[in-house]
Design a binder for this molecule. Structure first.
Ligand code: BGP
Length: 478
């Protein structure tokens, strides 16, 4: 089969906490994303905060110090931005709904009508242009109150609160939104527990146990809302989403290949739970070794088993290398993950190893394990852009996307059913890990710097026209 299917969902992706701004507008409560400051360049990400830093930020009225409180002002500019997505010919837009905009504290009895009204306006704008909304329920944020008062997902009561959140959204939007993803990169709970699950280390006795306990509650919550959707709104498609942690063995040395196999098997457990409805031998073995006991209630196993997802999605940015004596090797990073450098690959300025062939590898690997339709929920190049004579000549971004699309096409020809590709950061937005603007992904430049200075003007980059032609030709014109 040559080429992309007729109804392939070409588009873009972003998250509420990285674009909206309006942190205190329309009745929204502070979210866990609103407490992160700009990280110091080169000092790694800003995901880890102490309780004192969180409380200080929560009391801080000076929003200018917290880039995710301003985003790129999408909250007020969404009509202009969606019109630009339409100009590129988007078939789909993956975005998230901010829990704190709908339930400001997370445990409010009734939803916030202004929050619902904002998303109705946004979805109406998308439908006007025939752009399919793909909504992530939880994308690296939750009401700050739930982190501070419940210690996030470590508290089993969040299952019921999340069900309340999802059931309001399904009832409000089931006729307009068909595709739903429960948790963005659900593995984040293990890698970055404050961002992934609202876990505060000073409120946590045993963080290793707490992270997996929180993750279990998220899996149960995902199954609960999947059950609700399947029973009450049978047209909805529910998907899971992880960071694709693609690795290669450093050599053909058996010990390196065994290390690769064990790490790959272990990393698959996140998607295994949401596709097969049970915990794999690899994760059970890890818990055994670490003495981790997960508290599960009667019925959790049945719930997980009987309410699995309809499609599998993942983010793919880079690949890593692993080896038996990995610890000694020079480190490289790929999104939330750290591994070893690959001498055959170039890196972005933030050290992410660029590997388009890896996307074909990942798609084949995921399909051979899950046999479900696949969706590339994130792929993109975050790098410095320079404005020259009023334009950004981002050939490097065009090359990056062209090569990844080429490999996606080859995966389709391998027989892998990929049904969509939403380029991450289709418009410049606040970086999740560093809260920078400088790490630009967009086909659209936003005139705002790391400190929030600028006109917020939107400017088409060279990649804007290129991606429009890709979509118009259904992936033929690269
Ligand atoms: C993924 C997140 C996105 C996005 C992306 C790029 O982990 O799902 O929210 O941010 O990474 O990462 P960053 O923004 O840190 O460059």
């Amino acid at each position: 089969m040559a080429g992309f299917p007729e109804n392939f969902l070409w588009g873009g992706a972003f998250a509420a906490n990285q674009v909206e701004g309006g942190a205190r507008e329309g009745g929204k409560g502070l979210s866990t994303a609103d407490i992160f400051p700009l990280s110091e360049r080169g000092k790694g990400g800003c995901f880890d905060r102490t309780l004192d830093q969180i409380l200080e930020a929560a009391r801080d009225e000076d929003d200018s110090k917290y880039p995710k409180r301003r985003g790129i002002d999408f909250y007020h500019r969404y009509r202009e931005d969606i019109a630009l997505f339409h100009e590129m010919g988007f078939k789909a837009l993956r975005f998230s709904i901010s829990w704190a905009r709908i339930f400001p504290n997370g445990d409010d009895k009734e939803p916030n009508p202004e929050g619902l009204a904002f998303y109705h306006s946004m979805v109406d704008e998308l439908k006007k242009y025939g752009i399919e909304p793909i909504v992530t329920l939880s994308h690296f944020e939750m009401p700050l109150h739930l982190a501070l008062e419940y210690n996030g997902w470590t508290d089993r009561r969040l299952i019921e609160l999340f069900e309340r959140f999802a059931s309001v959204l399904f009832e409000e939007f089931h006729q307009d939104i068909r595709y739903w993803i429960t948790f963005n990169e659900v593995d984040a709970t293990v890698h970055i527990p404050l961002t992934g699950a609202g876990i505060i280390k000073e409120h946590t006795k045993d963080m290793e146990q707490a992270k997996y306990q929180a993750l279990h509650h998220q899996f149960v919550a995902s199954a609960v809302v999947t059950k609700l959707a399947h029973e009450k709104y049978p047209d909805l498609k529910i998907g899971c989403m992880t960071t694709k942690n693609l690795k290669y063995p450093a050599t053909c040395k058996p010990e390196d290949c065994l290390q690769w196999l064990q790490e790959t098997e272990l990393d698959a457990f996140y998607t295994d739970v949401q596709v097969f409805g049970e915990y794999s031998y690899a994760i059970r073995n890890l818990w055994e070794k670490k003495g981790i006991r997960i508290a599960m209630e009667e019925g959790d196993g049945k719930l997980l088993k009987e309410n699995t997802v309809d499609f599998v999605s993942f983010s793919y940015y880079a690949s890593l290398v692993t080896s038996a004596e990995g610890a000694a090797k020079e480190k490289a990073s790929a999104n939330l993950l750290v591994g070893e450098k690959n001498p055959y690959l170039k890196q972005t300025p933030w050290g992410w190893q660029i590997d388009p062939v890896g996307l074909r590898f990942a798609l084949n690997q995921m399909y051979s394990r899950y046999h479900l339709p696949l969706f590339v929920a994130e792929n993109g190049l975050g790098t410095f852009d320079v404005m020259e004579d009023g334009r950004v000549h981002d050939d490097y971004r065009i090359d990056y996307v062209r090569e990844h699309i080429r490999q996606m096409k080859l995966a389709l020809e391998d027989g892998v059913p990929v049904f969509g590709y939403t380029y991450w950061g289709c418009i410049d937005c606040i970086s999740a890990s560093t809260s920078e603007m400088s790490k630009r992904y967009g086909f659209i430049y936003v005139d705002q710097d790391d400190q929030g200075r600028g006109t917020l003007r939107r400017i088409r980059k060279d990649s804007f026209d290129w991606y429009r032609d890709v979509i118009m030709s259904n992936g033929q014109k690269l």
